[in-house]
Design a protein around this ligand. Sequence first.
Ligand code: MN3
Length: 252
Amino acid sequence: MENKYFNRREFLKSTGKAGIAASIAGNALSAIAENNSHVYTNRNTEGTPYKQQPLPYAYNALEPYIDAATMELHYSKHAAGYAKNLAEAVAAENVNPEKTSLEDLLGNISRYSAKMRNNAGGHYNHELFWKLMTPTDAGKIPSEKLKTAIEKDFGSLEAFKTQFSEAAKSRFGSGWAWLIYTNDKKFTVASTPNQDNPLMNISEVKGFPVLAIDVWEHAYYLKYHNLRADYINAWWNILNWQYVSDRWGNMV
Ligand code: MN3
């Protein structure tokens, strides 16, 4: 017969305080956070699905800032490829998507193959990236709460944008620039190579990814050619500050 008391005691002993807090809160966090730096990965309202989701607007909706051909290739070839390769890695490495959120997988990515790292990152980053852009005029400014928090850490919204743009421009080769909310409740700007992201336990800078820009050449080369800075400057026009504000607001 199962001894519930013993099992609970063993559970508490093995998971420690973080596990207790998580179970009391009814949080989806399943005590796999071997590293507290990933505590924010589970605070968002929903996890990112393992499958590619529909693009929330038409391929040409972000013109003139991002052209239809770039969007179509980016979504239907590049991003679709990451999702497909992620599915293969998940099957090969016995990950159960019903039990392991994509965020938790990223938080333990060092346990998996390079294929998993590249494609779990690639899939997560692109699913986020599509939502960070909007063709509509609504939602083009941050909430007062987010604006105030950014001003506190960067001095001004403009100073943040300059720092973020600089990180995006100076990322050597392919990668991403990020606005990250760290475990000590501070914003920081960083960039990562390839398809790495700040949820990964191997990332130099860790925390919750609040907003991001893709600076792989496939994101801009057809229209902007070698002029990455022009793409970055144009991109601010389509940034969905409303989504960014909600994403951060739901987490803090
Ligand atoms: Mn891309």
